[in-house]
Design a protein around this ligand. Structure first.
Ligand SMILES: [Cu+2]
Length: 313
């Protein structure tokens, strides 16, 4: 999903703040809340979901450390619920900026993205467990102001993967809170979204060329359970906890990602041969109910996938 494509309900535009702060920008981000039926698997099954902009996850917001996000949330007329926006990249007042917005109303607030990393955003309206597990979450990437370096190299490909919950449509807020009526794990909004091995209806996989550095921006949007993020047949070359270049770990097998947390994880496939990885939540309950993503490393990899802002397939 390209930032430039955010025109359906969402508009992101950039404006220079002034010559004094040439690097820092004001980034305008608008989102609408849409309550609708959303397809949650590759077979076309629909569930009653609540969304930012009509998709699960919502649009990827990408700014640079030091930028100011100038944000508007429109809760569309005709929606039944109040909704809100909680950017984990913001340092503000929970009783002010993150307050709920009633249907037909709009709320604006600004914040400076002070820390680099990969952060979740989500709805915090009551009951939060229902709003998040019906799909109200997304990712904001804050690129470090220093840019790339030997310690934080530029990747060849970038993909965003968000793991979320799927509950029975009629699960109540308290059932969701207790993880009752849990049905499966969503990867970017669908069970087995990129896994034709476990789901014959799946039509997409992530791709790279042999030897490329593939960077995964991973966020766990499940409401109760951690994710055990592991690249089957590979080792994470480097992992940056919270996506901050200062928090580096080397040669990791499985990364524990708490609910509402994110990591950047880099994978480098063998050079000179084709190979495949399965990026899984190694908790079997999650993996076998939807949280498996196939990454194919092959010489004829699609040149567009994971490049030029194509972060979400
Ligand atoms: Cu909400």
């Amino acid at each position: 999903m390209k930032l430039a494509k955010l025109t359906t309900g969402i508009l992101a535009s950039l404006a220079l703040l002034g010559s004094q702060t040439a690097a820092a920008k004001v980034v305008r981000v608008e989102m609408s809340v849409v309550e609708k039926q959303v397809v949650v698997d590759n077979a076309g099954t629909k569930n009653k979901m609540w969304t930012y902009g009509g998709t699960i996850p919502g649009p990827v917001v990408r700014v640079t450390q030091g930028d100011t996000v100038d944000f508007s949330l429109l809760n569309e007329k005709g929606n039944k619920q109040s909704h809100s926006m909680d950017f984990h990249a913001a340092i503000v007042d929970v009783l002010d900026e993150f307050q709920g917005v009633r249907p037909g109303r709009k709320k604006d607030f600004k914040f400076e993205a002070k820390y680099p990393g990969v952060f979740i955003y989500h709805c915090g309206a009551d009951a939060m467990s229902e709003h998040i597990s019906r799909g109200m979450y997304g990712v904001i990437i804050v690129d470090p102001k220093e840019g790339y370096s030997d310690a934080f190299p530029k990747p060849d490909r970038e993909y965003v993967i968000v793991e979320g919950d799927l509950f029975e449509d009629d699960a109540t807020p308290s059932e969701r809170t207790n993880n009752d009526k849990w049905k499966g794990a969503l990867i970017n909004g669908k069970q087995f979204h990129y896994d034709p091995v476990h789901d014959q209806n799946a039509s997409m996989v992530l791709e790279s060329k042999p030897g490329e550095r593939v960077r995964i921006f991973f966020v766990n949007a499940k409401i109760n359970e951690s994710s055990a993020f592991h690249p089957i047949a590979g080792i994470w070359d480097k992992v940056w906890d919270n996506g901050n270049p200062k928090n580096v770990r080397y040669g990791m097998q499985t990364i524990n990602v708490a609910p509402a947390h994110g990591v950047i994880a880099d994978l480098i496939s063998p050079e000179g041969r084709s190979s495949n990885n399965a990026l899984v939540d190694h908790q079997m309950k999650s993996a076998l109910n939807g949280a498996i993503t196939v990454l194919m490393n092959k010489p004829d990899a699609d040149p567009k996938k994971g490049r030029n802002g194509n972060l979400v397939l």
